[in-house]
Ligand binder design. Structure first.
Ligand code: ADP
Ligand code: MG
Length: 911
């Protein structure tokens, strides 16, 4: 059979066709296509993706690298030298600028490609039926005729004609602008219904707000309704805060350098030098002092940060988050799955008649809290009718599916899987009973905290099964199941039992049921349950993830507060928080309490609070904004569809790559591919390393630039012969700043990133300490260079020799300065020498180049060098190393004074 060519869903009339006819027209079956058919169709219809418009043409991107105030100054300098017919100078400047632009261009492309590649890693997958079985496949592999399964939180991967639904509601605001979710149905719709009214279709790119559904793919890629308006999905890459800070810094530097140049030229001429020489000096000075490669350094550092984070399982979706992560001061984390493993095992079953403790019969993990924590109650065995009833109900309103290969392996929600496994293992229910199609089913949605299923027994009697949080089930219950039939229900008994299970850290789910009378009408969609018989509760253990307790300790040392934000019961949450070492000094903040607090009171209540429990996603949003109103930089995790607003509001939204919904992932700044809390902490560390690398480079460029500026200015006033020829300053720029600064961006960090408080978000690139250090080292280097020049002249050597000597001194000073820039706080000698190989390579290459340039007659003539003796080199090396001594001494004094009186340091003490 050949499938027809498909027109876009919007006008192909799929909405007016009966399901059977749709399937037939598409050559599809309700059980899905075979793999072979899918391959064949992919060849015919192409991949399911909307081609995005390409980026701006490459030459435009390249030209953009010339458009900074710093390069502008240098371009003017090139023009001036050209007008003066100093061809070597002007060519050299242009070559430097071109190399710089080319480097920047290449780095930027690479960074963009990296980010894009990473984003495609977190590209949405979807669930489809292929070869008769459910399969998770990449969304781009869908073809017309595929059967797709939909669940709340998922993104619709293609245009679908729905073939079965369960309370399916889809948010189509991106397509229709309609803010209410569209309620879906299956019947054909009149001929000319507008898109918003085609309620039997699901459109690519829209989100399932709640419910479940199944649909057959009718259009993919550009043929979808979204593909036709694909301009909507183009995103623009804004600038990052660090880029803005640096741009401001560049403007300041540009102005300072310009003012200094004007000053030098005027002063020089007044002191009797000729205008032309002063012009050329100014041009050389501009090249030597202007840190034209700063933007490249930033790009390199950020993209290195992105790939390092990716290696640690954190996919960065927006570049700015790399740096924002570094200043994170509070992490609000989900409990289940992030702090804990989300690998649940039913350990206790509570009923009014007593408790079944499953851990007594099974080998118990050593770290597990002793059952002695429980107050004595009748021990039941698995065959007890009440226990069986609890387990049955839990397994019969349940979406976990069992693997075809391993009867003990369950797919789906961890709660559902645990409850199904326990019930089947204890023979409270059979696999066939679970597999039977229910009359109606309302799936679990986090905001409802329960699920319910209507089933028919073999004797024809209909039974409603409910499972959910004890509060939710209790609220819907009219009686409690007892040993000898139903009895009145006492809420305090249930609450007490719930807390007792929670106190040992168990996650508690209650079950209830109701037998329907023969006349009662109850059908799809099910109303909220009521009149239930409360059967009992299952307590499930969810062990903490490995390394989480340690990561929380690290956070404390790093001045980062960790807060557990969970939908679970406060007692359970607090028990687990204690196991993990979170602050439980103040009682858990509950959603109910939060509702009574205004924003200011909430902010105060959050101070020192480690646990927020029974909170809704809306509460989470309020917590995030309250914290941020106090100036905290908040990273918050989320996985559910309703978490998106909180993820967007937080400075860093963190989504779960495995368990999270597409909606959460798309609202997030970073996605954790392993859902692990420790990954967030690792990413924070990388963020701090990235920022530190940019800051170290800026420090290096500023200090050497200041050195050149001061040395030349002083030489003009000291009325020495010309300190450096313009071409020599160009040379200096090439071998010192040109590459070593980029190499500094590769700095792997000092290792103590997580032992310092977070950087204040309104701090500039350099701290006060670094400004100070740049000032003193700059002045010292200038002095050393100028004195070398003057003293060398005194010995009666040629001006050429003195210049070569002074320049070599500068090269040596920079050589040591770049190494001392590697560490901001710790001693350089505490770092691994080989940790930054690019830096080692470029630094020694610079020395070799410089030595070569003065030995090779041709370059020596062009650059005005004379060869130096070994003794000359030795002097330069020894004097050059003084800069290292100064910085090390300054760091030692600071470390010492910080140890004595921490509040005197320029950073706030760790909270
Ligand atoms: P967490 O923040 O720990 O992930 P959730 O928001 O997932 O908590 O769950 C909130 C509450 O909803 C749980 O404490 C439990 O009572 C109930 N619940 C969770 N999962 C299910 C499920 N699959 N079926 C029924 N109830 C559930
Ligand atoms: Mg959850």
């Amino acid at each position: 059979m050949t499938a027809p060519r498909l027109a876009p869903a919007a006008d192909a009339g799929w909405h007016r066709t009966e399901i059977a006819a749709v399937l037939q027209r598409l050559g599809a079956r309700a059980g899905g296509l075979s793999d072979a058919e899918a391959v064949e169709r992919r060849g015919r219809y192409g991949r399911n993706e909307v081609p995005v418009a390409g980026p701006a043409p490459w030459w435009l991107l390249l030209l953009r690298h010339f458009a900074s105030p710093l390069t502008a100054i240098l371009l003017v300098a090139a023009v001036i030298t050209a007008l003066q017919r100093h061809w070597i100078d002007s060519t050299a400047i242009l070559v430097i600028l071109s190399i710089n632009a080319a480097l920047g261009f290449v780095q930027e492309r690479k960074a963009e490609a990296d980010v894009r590649a990473l984003q495609s890693l977190s590209a949405p997958s979807c669930r489809a039926l292929r070869d008769g079985g459910e399969r998770t496949i990449p969304g781009v592999d869908l073809v017309p005729g595929d059967i797709v399964l939909l669940e709340s939180g998922e993104r619709v991967p293609a245009d679908l004609r729905l073939i079965s639904i369960n309370a399916l509601e889809i948010d189509e605001s991106m397509l229709t602008g309609e803010s209410f979710a569209s309620t879906k149905q299956l019947d054909p719709i009149a001929l000319d219904a507008p898109v918003a009214d085609r309620t039997n279709l699901a459109f690519s790119g829209t989100f399932v707000a709640s419910g479940r559904g199944r649909g057959v793919v009718v259009a993919t890629g550009s043929s979808t309704a979204l593909g036709e308006i694909s301009a909507l999905v183009q995103t623009s890459a804004g600038t990052t805060p660090l880029q803005r800070i640096l741009r401001r810094l560049e403007h300041v530097i540009g102005l300072v350098v310009l003012a200094a140049l004007v000053f030098v030229v005027i002063a020089g001429v007044l002191l009797g030098n000729d205008l032309e020489t002063m012009f050329r000096t100014a041009v050389g000075l501009a090249v030597a002092t202007i840190p034209e490669s700063l933007p490249i350094v930033l790009t390199v550092a950020l993209s290195l940060g992105v790939s390092r984070m990716a290696r640690r399982n954190a996919i960065v979706r927006t570049l700015p988050s790399v740096e924002t992560l570094g200043s994170t001061s509070v992490i609000g984390s989900d409990k289940t799955g992030t702090l804990t493993q989300n690998r649940l095992t039913v350990e206790r079953v509570w009923t009014s008649a007593g408790v079944l403790d499953l851990m007594e019969s099974v080998a118990v993990a050593v770290a597990d809290p002793a059952p002695a924590d429980l107050s004595p109650s009748t021990a039941l065995d698995p065959a007890h009718p009440l226990v069986r009833a609890v387990l049955r109900a839990g397994a019969l309103t349940n979406e976990a599916t069992v693997s075809a290969h391993d009867a003990d392996e369950y797919f789906g929600d961890a709660v559902d899987a645990a409850m199904a496994r326990a019930a089947v293992a204890l023979a409270a229910v059979t696999a066939e009973e679970r597999a039977a199609e229910p009359l109606a089913h309302e799936p679990y949605e986090p905001h409802r905290r329960y699920s319910q299923t209507l089933r028919v027994r073999p004797d024809g009697v209909r039974v409603l099964f409910v499972k959910g949080s004890p509060e939710a089930v209790l609220q819907a219950s009219a009686a409690l199941a007892g040993d000898s039939g139903e009895m009145p229900i006492d809420a305090t008994v249930i609450h007490a039992a719930n807390e007792e299970l929670g106190r040992v850290g168990l996650r508690v789910i209650a079950t209830g049921m109701r037998v329907l009378g023969p006349e009662e009408r109850l059908e799809h969609p099910l109303p909220p349950p009521s009149g239930l018989t409360f059967l009992g509760m299952e307590g499930m253990d969810d062990p903490p993830r490995e390394g989480v307790a340690e990561a929380i300790r690290e956070c404390r040392a790093a001045g980062i507060r960790v807060m557990m934000i969970t939908g679970d019961h406060p007692v359970t949450a607090t028990a687990i928080a204690e196991r993990l070492g979170l602050s439980t000094a103040r009682p858990a903040l509950t959603g109910a309490e939060l509702a009574h607090l205004d924003d200011a009171m909430l902010a105060a209540r959050l101070e020192g609070t480690g646990v927020a429990a029974r909170v809704t996603p809306q509460d989470k949003l309020r917590i995030v904004t309250a914290l941020q109103s106090r100036g905290e930089v908040v990273a918050v995790t989320g996985d559910g569809i309703n978490d998106a607003p909180a993820l967007r509001a937080a400075a860093i939204g963190v989504a779960m790559g495995r368990s999270g919904t597409d909606v959460a992932r798309e609202a997030a700044d970073i996605v954790l591919t392993d859902d692990d809390f420790t990954t967030i902490v690792g990413a924070v560390r990388e963020g701090r390393v990235t920022f530190a690398a940019v800051r170290k480079t800026t420090y290096f460029l500023l200090s050497t630039g200041a050195a050149a500026l001061i040395a030349v200015t002083l030489s003009v006033f000291a009325q020495t012969p010309l300190l450096f020829l313009p071409v020599q300053m160009l040379w200096l720029n090439v071998i010192t700043n040109g590459t070593q600064d980029i190499a500094l961006a590769f700095e792997p960090g000092e290792g103590d990133e997580l032992r310092r408080p977070p950087r204040s978000p309104d701090e500039g690139v350099l701290s006060r300490t670094l400004w100070f250090r740049a000032g003193i080292t700059g002045a010292w280097m200038a002095l050393a260079v100028l004195l070398t020049f003057i003293l060398d002249l005194r010995t009666g050597v040629s001006e050429e020799h003195a210049r070569t000597m002074a320049l070599t001194m500068f090269v040596m000073l920079s050589f040591f300065q770049v190494f001392s820039s590697r560490a901001e706080y710790t001693s350089l000698f505490a770092l691994r020498l080989l940790a930054n190989k690019p830096l080692l390579f470029t630094s020694f290459a610079a020395l070799a180049l410089h030595a070569g340039a003065m030995t090779w007659p041709v370059s020596a003539a062009v650059l005005g060098f004379v060869p130096l003796t070994v003794a000359d080199w030795a002097i330069c090396a020894v004097v050059g190393s003084t800069v290292l001594v100064i910085v090390e001494a300054e760091k030692a004094v600071r470390r010492w004074s910080r140890r004595r009186s921490p509040q005197l340091s320029d950073r706030p003490p760790v909270r």
